[in-house]
Design a binder for this molecule. Structure first.
Ligand SMILES: [Fe+2]
Ligand SMILES: [Fe+2]
Length: 473
């Protein structure tokens, strides 16, 4: 095995930190600030417990991570980039086909910095949003998933902060400082994106977040993995490797709640899962509607000159740009995008580059539909006739072409009056949220699950479901 990872260093890395003392010193002085942030804004519970966690140790190897019990504040957060691809060329835009950049091109400096900071800000934000969840974990297995995701989001922050320090000098150091100064939900210094300022107060929301919001992050990372600025591409590619687990926590978590809900519905003489202490299927549908709509907003406007700019500059490609497309310049084609005129849906052709946000959103929605298909298979397996349906991309939007108009979950235009009448059938009400919230009581005996969620089909790696994922003395 080629050992290109320095694990003995204060900051484990595969970026040869030991040969750049200036950079190393800058990052070592950021480290205690990061730890302070972790202690004050990170997980509020189980900081002293030993938790069975995966730690990234070598991006080059197939067994790239190590598993073992560690205390979260002692986690070895490292800076890892995916291995460089020899002869890689810029995959999109005006410079498609030319060699990638290994340093920041002067004329694109601000664009690249903005991309990095926007992505980076979401990483600590999600840890802050999930800060209180440990206290109501439905099982040790789930508590461990939460902690795993939290430490990895913090590692993503490390990777992005490395890029800022290494390539952006004083500006980069200031941005790295601000990443710890902003705070999710703070009145004066909130996180950059609105979706990252809402607390994630219950475990149903956590699973929706990891299924839908982390998937948005994965699609953004996929677009950044196509970047002509090679260090950003390599950073994004390794983050994607970790992100896959986060998505699976969300998908499988919701599937387990759906299964349990179907079981409790069957058990109850009146078919009422709530009466049996579970979450009923219509409420689950409402949460899915809410989270999907919230997350499709994160992709930005359907027609966007910013998106065109990033694509033209070779900084953000389409999903699987290099593999899926032949025309990487994308100036001769158009894409059909529905517009709303006088309350009617009108198809319009938009220059392809201007529709890059929308293309990524459609790929995202297709992936979400695949997941919903799996959930419905699970429901059928439980003998339930209920089927989950992903709402239309126009439903309940607060940004882009469809905001300010009203649509039903199938995407049909409806009146404001009709929206008001039906809203509570489609989205969680305060009463729904209060109901879900009161189910959130901790269940911390090894192998036991809270009543509202089914056990996972298997444990982590070789460990069984009743393994002591978190040691509670
Ligand atoms: Fe992340
Ligand atoms: Fe994630």
């Amino acid at each position: 095995m080629i050992l290109d990872v320095d694990r003995q260093e204060r900051i484990p890395n595969n970026v040869d930190l030991s040969s750049d003392w200036r950079l190393r010193r800058a990052l070592e002085s950021w480290q205690p600030k990061f730890l302070d942030w972790w202690k004050t804004q990170g997980p509020a519970h189980f900081g002293r417990n030993e938790i069975y966690l995966r730690t990234a140790v070598n991006p080059r190897a197939t067994d790239w991570a190590r598993y073992g019990h560690v205390r979260m504040p002692e986690y070895r957060w490292g800076i890892f980039l995916a291995p460089a691809e020899k002869g890689r060329t810029i995959s999109c835009g005006d410079d498609a086909g030319k060699p990638v950049w290994h340093e920041v091109p002067g004329d694109r400096r601000n664009l690249i910095r903005r991309l990095i900071v926007t992505q980076a800000d979401c990483e600590p934000a999600s840890v802050e949003q999930q800060r209180q969840l440990g206290a109501s974990a439905p099982s040790l297995y789930d508590l461990r998933s939460l902690c795993q995701i939290n430490v990895e989001e913090a590692r993503h922050l490390w990777s992005m902060v490395y890029l800022l320090h290494r390539y952006f000098g004083r500006d980069g150091r200031e941005e790295a400082h601000d990443l710890l100064a902003r705070q999710s939900g703070h009145e004066e210094t909130p996180r950059l994106l609105d979706a990252f300022n809402q607390p994630c107060a219950d475990w149903l929301s956590f699973f929706c977040f990891t299924c839908f919001t982390d998937r948005d992050a994965a699609f953004q990372l996929g677009a950044l993995a196509e970047s002509g600025f090679d260090p950003l591409s390599r950073t994004a590619r390794f983050m994607l490797q970790e992100e896959a687990y986060h998505l699976s926590v969300g998908e499988r978590g919701i599937e387990r709640i759906l299964r349990r809900s179907a079981q409790l519905t069957r058990l109850d003489p009146n078919g009422d899962a709530r009466a049996q202490g579970g979450i009923d299927l219509p409420t689950l549908q409402k949460y899915i509607n809410h989270w999907f709509a919230y997350c499709v907003d994160l992709f930005g406007s359907e027609v966007s000159s910013n998106a065109a700019l990033y694509f033209a500059a070779g900084l953000k490609g389409r999903w699987d740009e290099a593999l899926r497309y032949d025309d990487h310049v994308a100036v001769k084609t158009t894409v059909g995008v529905a517009h709303i005129e006088n309350d009617a849906i009108v198809g319009r052709e938009v220059p392809l580059r201007m529709a890059m946000n929308e293309l990524l959103r459609r790929d995202y929605a297709a992936d979400c539909r695949r997941v919903v298909g799996q959930w419905n298979d699970a429901l059928a397996h439980e003998g339930s006739d209920f089927r989950i349906k992903l709402p239309h991309l126009r439903f309940y939007r607060r940004q882009g072409l469809y905001s300010g108009h009203y649509f039903d979950p199938d995407g049909h235009v409806i009146s404001r009056c009709e929206w008001k009448r039906r809203r509570n059938d489609w989205l969680p009400t305060d009463a729904d949220r209060a109901f879900v919230q009161q189910l959130m009581v901790p269940c911390l005996e090894p192998g036991q699950m809270a009543n509202w969620i089914a056990a996972p089909s298997r444990g982590i790696g070789d460990a069984g479901i009743d393994f002591e994922y978190v040691r509670i003395p």
